[in-house]
Design a protein around this ligand. Structure first.
Ligand code: SDX
Length: 431
């Protein structure tokens, strides 16, 4: 925690309380209310945490007004164009860009943790073939804690390190296995001669009947998608991982909790929901009908892939994703992809509509990602597992920061209670 810079005075009734304030490296100052309840016998109230800093962190910063995203100070557009996913993983985990020797060692360690225990296969076989891959991932990732007892002691720095590497390394394997299982194809083992993104494409798309050679342009696009989803401050799933970790739960259980939260259509499930929406719109001439529905207060329909709790400008990731969509679709010879045409026209019309511009509803990371993933051959059900695979490094980095914070304590929010005050039990015959 930074030193106190100034104080805030809070007065209510005949109570006046002076609260310390802290200044960040960049972004808003915070009012420290940790002593408020003890001094004033009041809680603050902020459902959805729109104005609440739940922790301090040095990993990622978002400027919602400017549409900027920094990972350890480096802008996401620079990382997306100049770095690669495992280097971004190193940066998020350790806080600096690695030397050539360090990244070689890190990649060697991750590569050699990509296999999962062979008995994990038994978990997959328990699911129906039409199970959603996210259901499979929640279950199997949580089960990892039953296999890796040598990396569940969170007080041991070495075990924390091994668990972090294992999670980053095994998530692509588990996601690919979930995909293969749902399409009835045999699992494909990882290969140590392939880079991280190529290995994932290989585990998803190769079949025993023929050789699979990953396309370098698709591998690069896949790697960029991983980078664009790697971390994002204290979003809902990261906050879930932190809260789970605050009780001392092992890292595999915490990541499973993060996967469960990410699944929701308001969060990581939006990429699947967005592509399904674009397909439901189908043609450009139906766009006005859906924009009208999104604006209709009586209609629960929202434009999937639009809006964000923090970004009140373009999501910088959406800009990079849009460029990638054009590249991949050109490569696949489907630059006239009807879904992409609908997406670009929908974006144009929405950004000319005061409802969206006044509410600062711009395309977010999920708006274009689904178009790329579909062009690569993934079914929509695999979009959120790919988001989960990418976000694992962010979750594990934030978890590590939380468990190594000397001031860390179990997260335990309070409430504004609006229920019944105390009353006496009434026997059933007297009711
Ligand atoms: C991710 O937090 C993160 O960082 C998440 C993420 C990450 O990397 O971890 O960035 C990933 O989850 C991106 C967001 C993906 N979700 C979607 O695309 C689903 C569609 N978007 C909305 O559900 C919504 O925009 C949220 C959930 C993303 C944000 O919701 P907020 O900040 O709680 O805003 P809100 O729901 O209070 O909406 C504010 C207003 C409302 O109108 P009023 O009540 O003020 O009149 O804007 C409207 C909403 O009705 N609105 C929309 C809209 N999003 C908000 N109207 C139509 N379409 C939309 N998409």
């Amino acid at each position: 925690m930074t030193e106190q810079t100034r104080t805030a005075k809070l007065s209510f009734g005949d109570t006046e309380i002076e609260l310390p304030m802290h200044s960040p490296s960049v972004g808003p100052d915070v009012i420290d209310i940790t002593k408020l309840y003890a001094q004033g016998n009041v809680f603050t109230y902020d459902p959805g945490f729109t104005s609440t800093a739940a922790c301090d962190s040095t990993i990622t910063f978002i400027d919602g007004a400017k549409g900027e995203l920094l990972h350890r100070g480096y802008p996401i557009d620079q990382l997306a164009s100049k770095s690669h996913f495992l280097e971004v993983c190193f940066l998020l985990l350790y806080g600096y860009l690695p030397t050539a020797a360090e990244i070689e060692d890190f990649e060697y360690r991750v590569t050699r943790h990509t296999m999962v225990h062979e008995q994990m296969i038994n978990f997959f076989k328990g699911f129906r073939r039409d199970a959603h891959p996210m259901a499979i991932m929640v279950g199997t990732v949580g089960a990892l804690s039953a296999f890796y007892h040598d990396s569940t002691d969170i007080s041991d720095p070495w075990q924390r390190e091994v668990a972090s590497i294992r999670m980053i390394a095994k998530m692509p394997t588990i996601a690919a296995m979930a995909y293969k299982y749902t399409i009835g194809q045999p699992f494909v083992y990882p290969r140590n001669d392939l880079d991280y993104a190529s290995n994932f494409l290989h585990m998803c798309f190769s079949v025993p009947a023929e050789e699979y050679v990953p396309n370098p342009i698709l591998s690069r696009a896949m790697d960029r998608i991983f980078t664009l989803h790697a971390d994002h401050e204290q979003n809902a799933s990261t906050s879930t991982v932190r809260l789970a970790g605050s009780s001392g739960a092992n890292p595999f259980a915490c990541i499973a909790a993060g996967i469960a939260c990410l699944w929701g259509p308001a969060h990581g499930g939006a990429n699947q929901a967005c592509l399904e929406m674009l397909k439901e719109i189908g043609t450009v001439d139906r766009i006005p009908e859906f924009i009208a529905r999104a604006k209709d207060k009586d209609d629960p329909f929202r434009l999937m892939g639009f809006g964000h709790r923090v970004y009140k400008n373009f999501d910088p990731r959406a800009k990079v994703m849009k460029q990638s969509a054009d590249e991949v679709l050109d490569l696949m010879g489907i630059e006239n992809n009807p879904t992409l045409q609908v997406a670009k026209e929908l974006e144009r019309q929405a950004l000319e509509d005061p409802y969206f511009t006044e509410k600062k509803l711009f395309p977010n990371v999920d708006f274009y990602s689904g178009i790329i993933l579909e062009a690569m051959g993934f079914p929509t059900a695999m979009f959120t597992p790919i988001f989960a695979l990418s976000r694992t490094v962010g979750w594990i980095s934030q978890w590590k920061e939380m468990v190594t914070d000397p001031g860390q304590k179990i997260g335990r929010p309070r409430q504004l209670y609006l229920g019944e005050t105390q009353r006496n039990y009434v026997d059933v015959e007297d009711r």
